[in-house]
Write a protein that binds this ligand. Sequence first.
Ligand SMILES: Cc1ncc(COP(=O)(O)O)c(C=O)c1O
Length: 406
Amino acid sequence: MKLEDKISPSFKNIRMSPIVTISELVKKKAPEFKAKTGRDFVCWQRGEVDFPTPAYIKTAALEALEANKTKYPISGGEPKPKEAILKRLERVYGARGLDADHIVITFAAQEALELSFGLFRGKKGAGFAPCWSCALENFIPYAEIDFTEVPLKKDFSIDYDILKKILDEPGMSLFYLNTPHNPTGKVFSKAEITRVAEMCKEREVCLISDEAYETIVYDGQKHFSASSIDLDNIISTFTLSKSYSMTGWRLGYAVTRNKEIARLLKLGNYTQTAGVYTFGQYALEQAISNVHEEQKAVSAMVAGFARRREVLYAGLSRINGLTIDKPGGAFYMFPNFSNLIPKNLTGEERNKFIFNRLMNVGVATVYGSCFGRHFGDNVRVSFSTTPVPVIEDGIARVTEALKGLG
Ligand SMILES: Cc1ncc(COP(=O)(O)O)c(C=O)c1O
């Protein structure tokens, strides 16, 4: 047997993120497009954040380096950063009854999620569709989860009958819930999250609550964190990537009231002295405990996203035949183009019809089938890196590209 054939299927089944593939395609096409039209691509495909990391966090990292916070970290997280996490969870979400053994500091949310899915290797799992593509392409195949998509309704509300039926399947072990939601921007309510958590608990299913966009909510809404629910079947995952514009720092944490789960998450990747780089943990501590600077920085970024959201939503809403929900959080919209796609198209051709048309006018998006099997006529538009004038330019191009359809 060849060496390559001996490699575990859990690695071989991981697929390249379609979003990365689209970004590569943009890189290839952009120079040609520029030469032909004199214009740049409008990059609406990625979840990168274009604001700089707030200065007080960069200073905290430099100070931690100066103070020689450069030695092996304590497995699962240093005490002071963990204390700061506990304080923040109580301050922001009213989460009480947690202690340091309920927290695991991780390399951003992706590691927290990969470890959480990994706890249920080879078991049955489920989650709402549309579903963040990285879960579908990476965590699920890597953990060899037999995964069922639970489609949200057209308006992105929960169909509890379908949910119940799928959770009732024998052997169901985990349910993945992401709020604020990528790709729709839906903010699940306290009632919805609590009901899902309780349904999971009744069946001893682990709820993996991905709260990556916790601070990015609009119109005075508030994110409800599952970490504040007093149940032992929940893992909430957090990251500094989006809220603090720290995508490249790779800092986050998992919170669970189940100490055995926390212990295993810690062991999953961290034995003895391995863990998240020490000075990063102290930057994390400052990022979340300097409340004054935190609120200033986060609210300025959210205000910036909110302005982009208004302009993008107003522009896309004006396009005949397209249906769109205004997102309550995150920085994505997920309009539906069913009325504009020729009826006879099926399969790949249908999935990429709108995407290709938009690529032709230099607008990069992500087609709906990247987020599972149920929303192939939708397209995800990200406004995380495009300032308002670029959004206005993008809307003009989309309007032009869709003329005559439907
Ligand atoms: C829904 C969701 N969860 C988690 C993440 C993970 O982010 P990170 O690993 O940078 O914390 C992302 C990033 O795009 C995301 O969209």
